[in-house]
Ligand binder design. Structure first.
Ligand code: KG4
Ligand code: ZN
Length: 335
């Protein structure tokens, strides 16, 4: 089965074609970062408008990449939530309408299921069952994955998501949106031993997270160091390093617990924060000690993209599921 996948839940327009036999045949991505940068974050209305502009040209582009006509597509998958409602509606209504015109089924996909399955697009994918750490701008969750659609929530953030915390900490030390990659870049030059930030909720049992305290810690530390309102470059790097280490350590401690609790020997990480190099290194060390294995997608497929939606949609369609003509998008949608 050949599925065209569409992702428009936030600030990336992604379109891809996934073939259940041949794998990924085309993949196009347009990032709106430049559109939102001057506002310091995503402006929902501008996001919707930009998706409208870019979506159909990207559909044409992936068909060209795959060297095929629309009649070679067996189904269309689109992100139906969670996300920005206007942005979701663009992808959903365009995708559903294309499927109707082409006379093929369509399916609304859960954005986080897309992220969760993204490591399956790689050459050596994990086999079910496994533990998944989903770390994006909107979610931080540990999930027991027994198969497609068989997801048990083991723990989640009680306040900010890990990516959200990265973005807010970045703002506090004067970095641009999107903050996560910028914090990581500065942290590389930072002295990791100068400050020790807390590892929230690691001293009590359970698999839930809380990142809002780290935000306050970042704010207080940076305020203490400002001279005439200005934070020196070295201080920014050292704070970035301390913040990154605190988040990474906390995630690693909970992942180890989740492996021990389930007895599983495979951990996958997915979502934008899974692109973080320090997190990958720290988790590689941890799984080695646990005699387990770590899986993740290439950086392009960690952040939002069309390939993960095409893949997840393909699995759902092959399981006999599809969506009807009344398009339903859900800005909030538990997986
Ligand atoms: O999965 P994603 O692209 O969008 C959502 O579904 O939210 O995740 C975006 C988040 C942002 O908060 C961004 O700052 C963070 O992922 N992120 C990173 C890195 N790359 C992206 N955080 C830390 N280190 C990175 N290298
Ligand atoms: Zn995402």
């Amino acid at each position: 089965m050949r599925v065209l996948g569409i992702e428009t839940s936030c600030d990336e327009t992604g379109v891809a074609i996934y073939d259940s036999e041949a794998g990924l045949l085309g993949d196009a991505l347009y990032s709106q970062v430049a559109v939102h940068a001057e506002y310091g974050g995503v402006v929902p209305e501008l996001a919707s408008r930009d998706h409208v502009r870019k979506l159909l040209p990207l559909v044409k582009e992936v068909l060209q990449q795959a060297d095929m006509q629309a009649d070679a597509i067996d189904a269309v998958a689109y992100t139906a939530g969670p996300g920005l409602i206007g942005a979701l509606m663009v992808g959903a209504s365009t995708g559903r309408a294309m499927a109707l015109a082409w006379g093929v089924p369509a399916i609304g996909v859960h954005h986080m299921e897309g992220h969760l399955l993204a490591p399956m697009l790689e050459e050596h994918p994990p086999a079910f069952p496994f533990v998944a750490l989903l770390v994006s701008g909107g979610h931080t969750q540990l999930v027991q994955v027994d198969g497609i659609g068989e997801y048990t929530l083991l723990g989640e953030s009680l306040d900010d998501a890990a990516g959200e915390a990265f973005d807010k900490a970045a703002k506090m030390i004067g970095l641009n949106y999107p903050g996560g990659p910028e914090v990581a870049r500065l942290a590389e030059q930072g002295d990791r031993s100068r400050f020790r930030f807390p590892r929230p909720m690691t001293d009590r049992p359970g698999l839930d997270f809380s990142f809002s305290g780290l935000k306050t810690f970042t704010l207080n530390t940076s305020n203490d160091l400002r001279v005439d309102g200005v934070l020196a470059e070295k201080d920014r790097c050292d704070i970035a390093a301390a913040f990154e280490d605190a988040v990474v350590d906390t995630l690693a401690i909970k992942c180890r617990r989740a492996l021990q609790q389930t007895g599983f020997k495979q951990l996958i990480i997915a979502g934008g924060v899974s692109a973080n190099q320090r997190l990958r290194e720290r988790l590689e060390e941890m799984v080695k000690k646990e005699r387990a294995a770590l899986f993740y997608a290439r950086p392009r497929f960690c952040t939002d993209n069309g390939a993960m939606i095409a893949y997840a949609g393909c699995q759902r369609l092959m399981a006999g599921q599809s969506s009807d003509l009344s398009i339903q998008c859900q800005p909030r949608w538990p997986m």
